[in-house]
Design a binder for this molecule. Sequence first.
Ligand code: ADP
Length: 544
Amino acid sequence: MENDAALFKEKLEKEKSARINAEEQIGQLKRELEKALKQKNTIIKNEPDVIFNITDKGEIITADLPQKNKLFGHLINGEKPTIHNVFSRKNALVFDNALKNCFKKETVQFHFNQKKSDKIFYYEARLVKTGPHEVLAIARDITPLKNSGKQLREALKKAEEISRSKSEFLANVSHEIRTPLNAILGFSQWLFDNAEQKQHREYLSTILESARNLLNLLNDLLDLSKIEAGKMEMDIHPMNYQEVINDIELVFQEKVKNKKLSFNVVTDSSVPANFFMDEIRFYQIIFNLVSNAVKFTQNGIVEISAHAKRTGKKDEVNLIISIEDTGIGISKKQQKNIFETFTRQDSHQNREHEGTGLGLAIVNGLLKKLNGTISLESKPEQGSVFTVTFFDVKTASADNPREAPQKEGTIMQLEPCKIMIVDDISYNKLVLKQIIKSDQATFIEESDGTSALAKLKTDKPDIIFMDIRMPGISGYDAAEAIKQDEDLKHIPLIAFTASTLKDHSKQIHRLFDGYLQKPVFKKDVDFILKKYLKFSYVEKTEAD
Ligand code: ADP
């Protein structure tokens, strides 16, 4: 019996100690659980995201809400929350859809925005399937991110507006400068051609040169501003390489002769006769490089050499053109930033030469638009070689055979014709008449679109030169009326303008057959006349 009692007591003691152990363990687990819960709450309180569980019926079972959450704080004391009474109708639909997708795809991500006190809050939400009828939703307030993006977009828009008004300002100023330049160049040229005294011819030649320099500077500034604004667009058509190079050679003929330089053109047979290119910009690139070569070379040679390499594709080559000179050369230091704007070599020799330091920056900008590159090799006092490569140039067939070349000692003579000039500034009309200078041409002069249209009812010219900016109806409106009139629409219509704005040029392409920019040069006028009127070449007389 005694034994039994002792055994029972021992068992009781054991059970007691086991219970104490278990209680201690439970206490320990409880403390750990409390700690974990506390940690979770702290995390959630400080967490910018809203985390909640939703059933497949859209009931929100639990919602861990950060203290001042803007999403659905109003629900804490309210009815049983569901996605329909928590969100706007539109957002409830968004959630509904997302829920359906989440049960199919396990997880979905979407965006929504919610208005609160006149403010819009933007959220990024993620749903993750946690059970057969339940998902976990995490919504993050991305309003500050959205707003900073908005601010950036607004700043960009403002910058674009400023850039646009800068371009427009530049275009307007350019228009205002081109108009008087047209008179200066046109009349000085006429006076130069007719001056009898040597001194007068010298003065006039200086006026002409100064006006041309001013025009070049204006064109460079406009080009650079277009390149910098990313608004320089290329106009790719078939061009004939030799014709362009001949034109350039012709321009420098006189200067090269005066400096006693030899001017060589070496064209390898690999160079296609015709290829697709923006002819005006191609001319500008080669012209600028040749102009520098001639400018910075006192004796020796200037050479344009070209060859082409196959790219592997049919009808396509890489075209490599080098402009080499034996001039003053360029130091290693200056070579580093020579293609940047406003860089001029600060040497004694260079100060003797005119220039703005814009030429090579423009060349570089144009080449980028034409899928080209430029490189330079140069040694001071020995000379320079600028090499331009145009990549993937498409060759073109010679569809437009060259017109018969003009023989030396001959001039172009128009057949009898009627030319209408419409411009509100009378000296512009006079300059164009002086340039055309033909006894065979009868001129009809009008000062605005309305009078021109009235005159066209009774008189049909062979060609019309039309200014764009005129009082009353503009050149565009007049052109529109002409091109819609069955009796008039065949008459070649040439825009005659000092404008340089790109959107203008689109309009011009649409309505006009050709384009003549003020100040006008004889070469450009002759090009238009030859294209649209009948003419022949006749021997020059003393009077010419
Ligand atoms: P600009 O000729 O109007 O000064 P560019 O951009 O065409 O402007 O040329 C920048 C500078 O590069 C020139 O001022 C000159 O110092 C140097 N340079 C360009 N081409 C040559 C060359 N062929 N020989 C020597 N120096 C040159």
